[in-house]
Design a protein around this ligand. Structure first.
Ligand SMILES: Nc1ncnc2c1ncn2[C@@H]1O[C@H](COP(=O)(O)OP(=O)(O)O)[C@@H](O)[C@H]1O
Ligand SMILES: [Mg+2]
Length: 224
């Protein structure tokens, strides 16, 4: 565990920015900062408009930090999460690339097995990520090991309601299997393919129902 020195707001302001991702209205700047001989990722909402920074900004920082702290020690989770201030958090950089930057055929099936284990270990600590269908949130490190990032939209698993907890876990696993099928077409076994298909079917139904619901609402408004 690193204690000193750690990134601070002053250091951030004094350092020329190296961006991993640029913020938009409700998205943080994600920057790379060197401190104490280590590279750190800093997620910073202070660049967002005041009303965003003080609402979702604060909220996202608090909840992402909470998830990272709860998941420490699991292989595949960035280390040393800490809060810079109400609007920014930092954790150690992972040398590697996001999964969406790899061409078809990469990474290997072993990578996806390790990714599945990391996701199951996260569930065992009581957290569902819910944004793993976005392959920008899965990193492949220099030794081809998976890392999960971006816990802004995580939820605690409702253990008191097992069917819902299972559905949330399946949403995460469907993200793993979707990426696996995209990278290595035709290599998913029957049970993983079945889970992916059932989550996809449920999503399709849910999205369609959403559109129909909106249509009905729009119709009702027009008739008024
Ligand atoms: N620990 C890390 N190591 C390497 N790259 C990272 C790390 N954390 C974030 N990144 C890069 O920054 C991008 C944005 O980070 P992320 O936490 O997903 O924020 P958001 O999607 O909310 O902008 C990622 O897709 C990845 O490319
Ligand atoms: Mg992201």
């Amino acid at each position: 565990m690193l204690t000193h020195p750690i990134p601070t707001r002053d250091l951030l302001e004094a350092t020329p920015p190296r961006y991993l991702a640029r913020g938009r209205i409700a998205n943080a700047d994600v920057r790379l900062v060197e401190c104490g001989g280590h590279l750190w990722v800093v997620k910073d909402f202070s660049v967002c408009p005041v009303w965003v920074r003080h609402t979702v900004g604060r909220w996202f920082i608090r909840r992402e930090l909470k998830a990272l702290q709860r998941l420490q020690g699991i292989p595949g989770i960035a280390e040393n999460p800490l809060r810079l201030d109400a609007f920014a958090l930092a954790y150690l950089f992972i040398e590697g690339r996001a999964l969406n930057e790899f061409p078809k055929g990469q990474p290997s099936a072993d990578f996806f097995l390790a990714l599945e284990s990391a996701v199951k270990a996260m569930h065992a600590r009581g957290i569902a990520h819910l944004d793993l269908r976005n392959r920008g949130n899965i990193l492949v490190d220099a030794s081809q090991q998976p890392f999960l990032i971006d816990f802004q939209s995580h939820v605690p698993l409702p253990r008191w309601f097992p069917p819902l907890a299972r559905s949330l876990e399946n949403i995460d696993l469907s993200g793993v299997y979707k990426a696996w099928g995209k990278s290595l077409p035709g290599t998913l076994d029957e049970s993983r393919q079945h889970l992916l298909d059932s989550v996809n079917a449920w999503r399709k139904w849910w999205v369609l129902k959403g559109y129909l619901g909106m249509g009905r609402l729009a119709g009702r408004r027009r008739r008024r």
